[in-house]
Write a protein of this length. Structure first.
Lengths: 233, 110
């Protein structure tokens, strides 16, 4: 058990750094927008989705309708569907842990549990998944609480700190770009978004963008299949 | 609806839908059923497109009517990209880009 704890802790160190900083930023912005520590902790505990929580501050301060909030959540978090799809096999037979493992499947936790774990199997591996998920979750809650507390104590000018989220997405985007030679999907994502932003305006372009992306990615598949089909003939 | 009810109701909706999205694949394909090909295909391609969309979403308030409307975001984004290609250190890229942006909007393009 000691070995598993150590391995899980070491694996989560980069996430610890990232989550405490991003959680801290979230807490500060939430506080600066006039909300309390309780809301910061509750959101980080029960929503536990970094990007969505940042977007949620925007929605709450802007007085977005509940329907807009619901649709935005589905759009921004739709990618989690796909993390789930790729964890179906690994999370088979994890027993009672399963519910929490699925709840805590964030981008960063996903990046840790989907990679190969050397030297762990059976119960140890299941405990490893649980510990990684639990540790990441606690870093996030801790960071948010700290940010919300600090936001009320210190009074430095936080204008522009929300760029941390933009920076996070750009970093992940660049990381993904460098890790593959196929850039079709990434280009579709940026292209469709810019196009829909120009056509539909900044308040309502997310939904058309998602539809265009899904459609083009499906078409891309068929096109490729046709080619393969022709080659087979 | 009071302001408090509105806030907590919004948070509850976000929490429930986020969890629903995370649980749905396991509910649909969890019991040994085979994952449809199209889902597998989308699952491998969508993350790249979504990240591109989120970047554009974050930069949606950029305006080209004044230098201050786009230069801070443009410069800070370039810093993040270049630094990340160079060092591949996520935390370094995020902190440097954010500090750069904050300095630009607070001190240079006021």
């Amino acid at each position: 058990m000691k070995k598993v704890i150590k391995q899980a802790f070491v694996a989560t160190l980069p996430v610890m750094a990232g989550y405490i900083v991003l959680g801290f930023g979230f807490g500060i912005i939430l506080r600066a927008s006039g909300f309390g520590i309780l809301l910061a902790v509750a959101m980080s505990t029960f929503i536990y989705a970094g990007s969505m929580q940042y977007v949620a501050i925007d929605l709450l301060t802007g007085g977005a309708s509940l329907i807009t909030t619901a649709l935005t959540t589905l759009m921004v978090n739709a990618r989690h569907l796909f993390y789930g799809v790729s964890m179906l096999e690994k999370y088979k037979g994890v027993g009672k842990r399963k519910g929490y493992l699925i709840f805590g499947l964030t981008d960063e936790t996903y990046s840790l549990v989907c990679s190969d774990t050397i030297g762990l199997e059976g119960k140890e591996l299941k405990d490893y998944y649980l510990l990684v998920t639990l540790l990441d979750h606690s870093y996030w809650i801790f960071g948010s609480a700290l940010g919300a507390i600090a936001g009320s104590l210190i009074s430095f000018n936080t204008t522009g700190i929300d760029f941390a989220l933009t920076a996070l997405f750009i970093t992940v985007f660049v990381e993904q770009w460098l890790s593959t030679k196929k850039h079709f999907s990434a280009l579709i994502g940026v292209g469709a978004s810019v196009l829909c932003l120009l056509i539909f305006g900044k308040d309502s372009f997310l939904i058309p963008t998602m539809l265009v992306i899904a459609l083009l990615l499906c078409l891309y598949k068929e096109k490729k299949k046709e080619k393969e089909g022709k080659q087979n003939d | 609806m009071t302001e408090n009810t509105y806030i907590w109701l919004s948070v509850a909706i976000i929490a429930l839908l986020t969890a629903a999205l995370r649980f749905l694949p396991f509910a649909l394909f969890g019991n040994g059923r085979k994952t449809p090909k199209i889902i597998e295909k989308l699952s491998s391609m969508l993350p790249y497109a979504i990240m591109g969309m989120l970047v554009v979403y974050c930069l949606k308030d950029t305006s080209f009517s004044s230098l201050g409307g786009f230069l801070p975001a443009f410069i800070a984004s370039a810093v993040v990209v270049l630094l990340h290609v160079w060092k591949r250190n996520t935390l370094l890229s995020i902190i440097s880009g954010t500090v750069c942006y904050m300095l630009l909007v607070q001190l240079v393009f006021v």
